[in-house]
Design a binder for this molecule. Sequence first.
Ligand code: NAD
Ligand code: DAU
Length: 356
Amino acid sequence: MTILVTGGAGFIGANFVRDWLCEDRGPVVVLDKLTYAGNLGNLAEFLEDPRLVFAQGDICAADLVARLLEEHAPRAVVHFAAESHVDRSIDSAADFIRTNVEGTHCLLSGALNHWRTLSPVAAREFRFVHVSTDEVYGTLEPDDPPFRETNPYRPNSPYSASKAAADHLARAWFQTHGLPVLTTNCSNNYGPYQFPEKLIPLVVRNAIRGQALPIYGDGRNVRDWIYVSDHCAGVRRVLEAGRPGEVYNLGGGQEKTNIEVVHAICAHLDAVSPRPDGKSYAEQISFVKDRPGHDRRYAIDSTKALRELGWRPGESFDAGVRKTVDWYLDHLPWVERIESGDYREWVKRQYEDLHL
Ligand code: NAD
Ligand code: DAU
């Protein structure tokens, strides 16, 4: 009944593991390197729980991967571990190639070796769920239909190129070796435990500190926002009922421009934690130099996941953003704790360059 979750101390992985254990779905082994983005505190309530085994390590370490698979004989691998921030991939892509491409290769190879030792029944039931992103499909024009699973791959950033490469490896391990791999391509997640380098938590953090709210370019880039627990439910459905070798697009179905997102955050902050001077947090908005290669619009068509798996997202953007802002306000010590020296250095470099 055990599953092996990579990247389970990061944003989506931790939400996935927390939901899994709360619903008592069985034992979990988490393999996570604890990079700047990984934080054991995200799993704090479960660290003494006998259902959770935490292994700090690198998905590129073939021996470690083989040992965990042999020792715990998981029925599935759910692969979240990645370098995930587009701006960092523009700054330097090496870690992205290493973890996202070489790391995925190492896991697929380890899983294949393990799968070949299983009984016919266990081998038939084994699953490798590879968690990927809508960014592999590139960018959409305003009137284009949302991305479907059949859209061509056109990654534009070093991050999305590395994820696209990983997706191709995942496909090849199914086509060539028969390993029961399933891939999900999801849109922009938000919710509790997201590292404050990403737009929504960054804006909440900067707003309450009285700092500028940096918006790249004209702020009209569109993202399709999904509340993280909806994404996790989609990954669970793929694990339970998806067909090996298939790709499933998972999206929130809620397209917003960045400026709309930032205004929604400011409006809620104005209501629940007003500025002492009575002005709106929106006064802190500052338009800065655009992200190079900035994709204009993402949107996901989740029809296949609905039709085959009965999955659909449940959270509305308005309610989800309010919940998320409230969560950050209630967890300010969490934000402070995870802001290591490395993160402060990054913020300084990234936003000083943007003349903020
Ligand atoms: P995150 O950056 O918050 O977390 C990544 C986790 O992976 C961290 O805990 C980190 O320590 C771990 N990790 C990194 N390199 C590792 C390595 N070499 N070995 C082991 N562990 C390592 O990322 P996230 O936002 O939670 O994204 C999780 C996955 O979902 C990624 O694969 C990402 O591409 C995908 N995804 C993210 C989004 C989103 O909006 N955040 C949307 C679609 C898909
Ligand atoms: O679409 C799924 C992807 O969503 C995931 O695969 C990535 O891992 C995840 O990081 C996210 O990528 P984005 O680049 O879309 O997310 P980010 O939060 O960095 O930015 C969201 C939008 O906000 C994007 O258009 C860039 C813009 N932005 C971002 C930051 C950090 C700003 O305008 N200002 C900022 O300071």
